[in-house]
Ligand binder design. Sequence first.
Ligand code: HEM
Length: 234
Amino acid sequence: MQPINKVFDEFADKLIDEHIERRRVKKSEKPDIVDVMLNMAEIGSAEIQVSWLHIKAIITDMLIAGVETSTTTLEWAMTELLRNPQAMSRAQEEIELKVGRDRIVRESDLVSLDYLRCLVKETLRLHAPAPLLMAHESTQGCNVGGYYIPPKTRFFVNVWAIGRDERVWEDPLEFKPERFIGSSIDVNGHHFELFSFGTGRRGCPGIYMGFSSVYLVVAQLIHCFHWNVRGRFG
Ligand code: HEM
């Protein structure tokens, strides 16, 4: 068995090689993030010289940060739907009404699937895949809630606890997507009741991709299949 870092390393090398080869043959009309980084490496800048190692590190960082978080959220969304058949029926009815039965749900349909959007938010509230976000460090001294925080203090934000705080949420342990209907609270980092993607400059750069992929895959899974729990648990 190969250590996981070797697998990632080889994958990133192969991806960069493929991009270099493709660019040699023809300039890409739709450059992706690897093309952009290769351009930066070629052009260079006074501020930072992008190297092969930087590109590899960023590819690996995005893979690690983007895959596990999205799949964990997806698994929790499906688990909560199986535990809450009423929410499942309501989400399926919404899709049948807006999309029908003749085709698969597309990304362009998502904007009309309001209940489903609430459902993904509710999943993130209860099951943030990064419950303590990432470690942060203060650059300057500041006061928070009456406490002085010196510069260079390492701190963790417990979004898991914030998502279950009964001072903020009614019936915090219940899975109730309805709570978000008509609510202005969103996961975009502007609402400190729910910020499973973090906030500010170190917030998740993949927020829209992460949210939309969970949203789309849940929609397709519950649209195409009937789900229930059988056997020992049923
Ligand atoms: C449901 C899906 C996702 C969730 C819940 C999530 C959540 C997070 C969180 C909490 C952080 C740390 C923010 C902080 O500490 O303030 C983060 C960072 C990051 N995320 Fe995501 N993420 C998701 C999907 C993605 C995707 C799809 C990508 C890329 C394709 C991605 C790329 C990144 C990267 C590169 C960072 C590190 C940013 C930095 O260096 O500070 N994430 N994410």
